[in-house]
Design a protein around this ligand. Sequence first.
Ligand code: AHM
Length: 338
Amino acid sequence: MQINRNILTLDEFTLQQLREFPQATGELSSLLRDIGLAAKRINVEVNKAGLVDILGDYGTTNVQGEDVKKLDIYANTQMMGVLKHGISCAGIGSEELDDVVVFDDEVSNNSKYVVLFDPLDGSGNIDVNISIGTIFGVYRRVSEIGKPCTREDFLQPGKRQVAAGYIVYGSSTMLVYGTRRGVNGFTLDPAIGEFCLSHPNIKCPPAGNIYSVNHGHFFRYNEGVRSYITACQQKTKDNGGPYTQRYIGSMVADVHRNLIKGGIFMYPGTTDKPKGKLRLMYECNPFAFITEVAGGRATNGIQRILDIQPTELHQRSAFFVGSKDMMDELDTHLAKAQ
Ligand code: AHM
């Protein structure tokens, strides 16, 4: 078999980036490679999800009498494991856990990053074979290196992320991550078990024609959001349309598609849940960071997501993210309705 040397694996790519910065310690590269490893392990289990009838339902005992772990718990364990055993992470926060986990060993205490993640977003879609994902944000800790990390390291605004990314377990499995230098996408090549650079330097098209929102909540959105959705429906070819509505209910898949093709994703607050459903730290901040680096925008309808100072780990936020021109038009509708 001939090896195509034009293809860069995730490991090769992160090392190549590192070579451009001789002063870099390689900790971030190493951390991203650790997450790539967890993603591969999670991917194997996600691909088996359709076999639950044969292998046993998650959270139950299978026909061989073995306990079958719930997939989101499995994903959480894998993410935690690679980060704990790696050399770059002082502690983690996870959507699955009530509180942060401080690793507190000599190597971890000397590591400069903490990671916040949602191990398996959209997990309600697993049993119907719809794409799901893992989302993560990486922060440089503010506490003293050499000591255990602290809560303050995690409660930082999203603009302090040094990297963020997601894995989408879909028709193919992709890992996309961004640093301030750009956003790059890697597709898992099952033949060699490696993520290979497939989408270099991703840019979010400034104009798009896809809007993604849960229409079922329409009458519980505020006037500005309803006005914008109505404008999306009324687009014609004379004013940048027509638009198409796409919402699969799995954020990683919805935002990934819009990032590549151009579009807007909205999870607004509703009359009964003014802050919506999504979690600022695990879902909104990483996507806001990636989208901004790719040229798009992200807000909670009032302010830039990345400027929000979090007060608690699991806080929720309304979320609007996507192509710049569409976000600008949304703002006009929100402002008019004030
Ligand atoms: P989860 O944390 O239970 O997985 O929920 C998060 C998911 C997102 O991926 C998706 O965008 C949203 O929930 C869909 O919610 P809804 O069904 O209310 O539109």
